[in-house]
Ligand binder design. Structure first.
Ligand SMILES: N[C@@H](CCC(=O)N[C@@H](CSC=O)C(=O)NCC(=O)O)C(=O)O
Length: 267
């Protein structure tokens, strides 16, 4: 697996009195850490506000790592779906939930913070993601509300239990026990996780996204949140004419960066 990390100018100039906070950005199907690093344009925003940004990989990789038997791009390598697989043969390597929310932050903390905490990978942290990664960000955030200061997503898969990408992934990684699926599905988590601090989630989706109706179904999250502590706390914005691409993502990265910067105490 690879990981890309951008350290802002404040890290080198030592101008920030507090430890530099971190945004974890979870990428979508088929991505390596390079897609978002090269096309998301987060770096300028990181320098503007003074946060570090981490781009984890989307699955385990390497010799002996199983993948989709049909070799399609929506399951297996490049498509780890940010869950801990419980089904063989994926349960050995595909522990992406554990990896992105715990293992990687702890590794980075040990690697960078030898004597003092210069970059905060553990406490003052936020999460964002795109598509499969938007799902990963929403799900991981709701399951770890006290860990993340804020969450945002671009074109997320909000209800994986009820769309083809999610059903294929959950069947393959978790098996057919739907109660395990519910533990990751944002449309289920809004009903069980209490938003006691009145947190708000920011979501952008393009109206010309080819995956909108079949895979993303963002309004399902608003529906599911009705009558829960998340009602009116999901700020879903439709971007007229935008698609699923990094042209769309990079257009709205500045708004997401400002949203996270506020919650990380940078502005
Ligand atoms: N290869 C596929 C397209 C796959 C695709 O659109 N991947 C998206 C994420 S989709 C949901 O998780 C992506 O981020 N691609 C990388 C990029 O740089 O755009 C096909 O052939 O249709």
């Amino acid at each position: 697996m690879d990981v890309n990390i951008y350290l802002p100018r404040q890290y080198y100039e030592k101008t920030q009195s507090k430890a530099i906070p971190t945004i974890f950005y979870l990428s979508g199907l088929t991505c390596t850490p390079n897609n978002a690093s090269e096309k998301g344009f987060w770096q300028f925003q990181a320098d503007k506000y003074g946060f570090c940004i981490v781009f984890p990989d989307t699955s385990p990789r390497g010799e002996g790592v199983p993948t989709d038997p049909e070799n399609s791009w929506d399951f297996g390598i490049g498509a780890g779906f940010y869950v801990n697989a419980t089904k063989q043969p994926f349960n050995k390597n595909y522990n992406m939930y554990q990896y992105v929310h715990f293992e990687l932050p702890n590794e980075l903390n040990t690697y960078f913070n030898k004597e003092t905490v210069e970059i905060d990978f553990l406490d003052n942290v936020s999460i964002a993601g795109h598509s499969m990664g938007g799902f990963g960000a929403l799900s991981g955030y709701m399951k770890n509300l006290s860990k993340y200061k804020s969450c945002s997503a671009f074109s997320p898969i909000v209800n994986p239990m009820n769309v083809p990408w999610g059903q294929k992934a959950f069947n393959g990684y978790l098996g057919d026990n739907k109660s395990e699926w519910k533990e990751y599905d944002p449309c289920e988590l809004v009903k069980t996780v209490k938003n006691t601090e009145n947190k708000t989630i920011l979501i952008h989706v393009g109206t010309s996204d080819p995956f909108l109706e079949k895979q993303l179904k963002p309004t399902s999250l608003l529906e599911a949140s009705k009558g829960t502590t998340w009602e009116d706390h999901i700020n879903l914005k439709f971007a007229e004419g935008f698609d699923h691409s990094y042209f769309f993502i990079s257009t709205f990265v500045p708004e997401h960066a400002e949203f996270h910067a506020k919650h990380l105490g940078l502005i």
